[in-house]
Design a protein. Structure first.
Length: 273
């Protein structure tokens, strides 16, 4: 009896493992990209009670951007086998330019949660052409086994960057070089004068900001983390504690941040700034 119970537990454990292998998550991401390209949600394996949200608001998936055919110029994904979840960044420059960040959580090989930060014209520093140009030049390579940071270290690097907005003296593990792509604006462009080239250093905000609602996807093999979060203060048409939908995507190596991509949705053009 005991013996057969542990056998079935083992069987369960290996099923759960199979469902969350990197291979499964990669195939599922290919399906997501196909669905988004065709605007066909029928391509997705959705749980019957799937939750779908855009810019922190639950909406009908049939009315979501996922139901719109989009020509994708570039995409980058990371795979979180611990949470059985993925994160994808899409850049699209054709008729309706977009930069979209999407996190997808799976259970029993079906999508149970899909949420996106969807940016387009008028959003913070939005420029899909610029985003495409710079992201294509970056290398987010696989880190060899033995040289990988732990989930904790990767997450701590991303958290430190956001925490520093609330406490300017907090240290942030920024690598040298480090490049930040905000919308379509790049800090490492050759002609960058106001921002020092090849550093992700931020100036202080006029007031300390508490960045809340953090939701993580972490990939140890790529040394990457994405953090969906609420960016306060930025949106001038809202109270200072309003949580502007935002996503920060980090590439980390040897515990140091190498790249940061931020997209942030404005309620009014350029958040009223
Ligand atoms: C969806 O259904 C699954 C399986 O029936 C359940 O475990 C999960 O809690 C449900 N999720 C929501 C958001 O209701
Ligand atoms: C996503 O990017 C990969 C390369 O990383 C490429 O092979 C694939 O075709 C892209 N998918 C779409 C739908 O553009
Ligand atoms: C967007 O970025 C491209 C490429 O860097 C640049 O040529 C273009 O002027 C930018 N557009 C705007 C409106 O800033
Ligand atoms: C935001 O601040 C306003 C007052 O400025 C307050 O009434 C409201 O409860 C606050 N909201 C949150 C979510 O803290």
């Amino acid at each position: 009896m005991l013996y057969s119970t542990s056998l079935s537990l083992l069987a369960l454990a290996s099923t759960a493992h199979a469902a969350c292998s990197r291979g499964f998550l990669q195939e599922a991401t290919t399906a997501y990209l196909q669905a988004q390209s065709a605007g066909k949600i029928s391509i997705l394996s959705l749980a019957s009670n799937v939750s779908y949200a855009e810019n922190n608001t639950p909406i009908d998936i049939q009315k979501g951007v996922i139901s719109e055919a989009i020509t994708i110029d570039f995409n980058r994904s990371i795979y979180d086998t611990v949470q059985c979840a993925t994160f994808t960044e899409l850049t699209a420059t054709s008729s309706h330019p977009y930069v979209i960040h999407t996190r997808i959580l799976y259970a029993e090989e079906k999508i149970r949660t899909i949420e996106s930060v969807v940016t387009d014209t008028g959003d913070w520093a939005f420029n899909a052409t610029g985003h495409l140009y710079w992201t294509k030049q970056e290398t987010w390579d696989q880190i060899p086994e033995g040289k990988r940071d732990s989930r904790t270290v990767i997450q701590a690097a991303g958290d430190a960057y956001l925490d520093q907005w609330g406490a300017p003296s907090l240290p942030v593990p920024l690598g040298t070089p480090c490049a930040r792509l905000e919308g379509g604006f790049y800090t490492a462009r050759e002609d960058s004068i106001s921002l020092q080239a090849n550093t992700c250093k931020m100036g202080a905000f006029p007031q300390p900001l508490k960045v809340g609602d953090r939701r993580y996807i972490i990939d140890e093999e790529l040394g990457a983390v994405d953090i969906f979060n609420g960016f306060p203060w930025l949106e001038q048409s809202k109270p200072a504690n309003y949580s502007t939908p935002s996503s920060n995507f980090f590439k980390v190596g040897d515990g140091l941040i190498r790249y940061i991509h931020e997209i942030t949705v404005c309620a009014t053009p350029r958040c009223g700034l």
